[in-house]
Design a protein around this ligand. Structure first.
Ligand SMILES: Nc1ncnc2c1ncn2[C@@H]1O[C@H](COP(=O)(O)OP(=O)(O)OP(=O)(O)O)[C@@H](O)[C@H]1O
Ligand SMILES: [Mg+2]
Length: 254
């Protein structure tokens, strides 16, 4: 059975796409079949981390939402030499990077129910153990859908008051939608901060579990989404945190 894990944040640029790529890659390396779907239709980008050339994307989530093809036809198997475990595999369902197609879907909208059907179908067709959803920031129809259908809902927060206030709203909605498991990740914590104190403050504020605290990393800024950080820097403290959080997600999804 496919476990759906969706990563959200109230505000943009918190690290959703990078964390999705790193967590999904880590779980695939454990011998799991993992899919990633880019539901950030307005500003897609996760394919860049996996080096999937936009010019070579000839089928995207948009085509499925326009009923031009089956959702499984939009999945790209990502060749990742780091996945040495026999059953491990990773697939990406990108959103279109074509300006005209982005404009068309924003103008005309799409059937969110069809997206829901597609997610279920994808899990079955590709025999996925996990399906990660990389979302657009904030709350809209598709983020509400992905919250509602998630087995594990992961909210990313930066240590910033605007993130804190918006996250309270998001968590309230997630609770109303009765998400099975809710985990918080703190990203871009300044290394000089007391991480244990920060974690406790966030846990007390939201009455929820903080699965991990990721430091703001200069190496990560330098990499600038040109790859999956934990694969490039396997011994970095940021990567250790990816491993810990991936284990928390696996446990929460059971
Ligand atoms: N811990 C970190 N340290 C330094 N840079 C980071 C860290 N996490 C993410 N970044 C950088 O922050 C930027 C935004 O990251 P990312 O695209 O993953 O965020 P996002 O939440 O998906 O953004 P959007 O809301 O636009 O989809 C990228 O340049 C990324 O490299
Ligand atoms: Mg993103």
């Amino acid at each position: 059975m496919t476990r759906i894990v969706s990563l959200h944040s109230y505000r943009g640029g918190t690290g959703k796409s990078n964390l999705t790529a790193n967590l999904a890659a880590n779980i695939a390396m454990r011998g799991k079949r993992v899919g990633i779907i880019d539901t950030d239709i307005q500003s897609p980008g996760i394919h860049i981390l996996f080096n999937l050339d936009a010019a070579k994307i000839n089928r995207s989530l948009n085509d499925y939402l326009w009923r031009r093809c089956a959702i499984a036809d939009t999945a790209y198997h990502l060749p990742m030499p780091e996945i040495t475990a026999a059953d491990g595999a990773i697939y990406l369902i990108p959103s279109s990077m074509n300006a005209g197609e982005i404009a068309k879907i924003l103008r005309e909208g799409y059937d969110v129910g069809l997206l829901n059907d597609g997610l279920q179908e994808l899990g079955q067709h590709l025999d996925l153990d996990y399906l990660f959803i990389d979302t657009h920031p904030g709350l809209n129809e598709e983020t509400l859908l992905s919250i509602a259908i998630s087995d594990v809902f992961v909210l990313i927060i930066r240590p910033d008051q605007q993130d804190f206030q918006g996250s309270a709203v998001t968590i309230e909605i997630a609770r109303k939608l009765q998400v099975a498991q809710l985990l918080i990740i703190i990203n871009k914590a300044i290394p000089a901060m007391d991480f244990a104190h920060l974690k406790k403050t966030v846990e007390d504020t939201f009455d929820a579990t903080v699965a991990g605290v990721f430091p703001l990393s200069e190496e990560m800024l330098m990499l600038g989404s040109r790859g999956v950080f934990s694969l490039r820097y396997p011994d970095h403290p940021w990567t250790r945190e990816v491993e810990r959080v991936a284990s928390r997600i696996v446990a929460a999804a059971k």
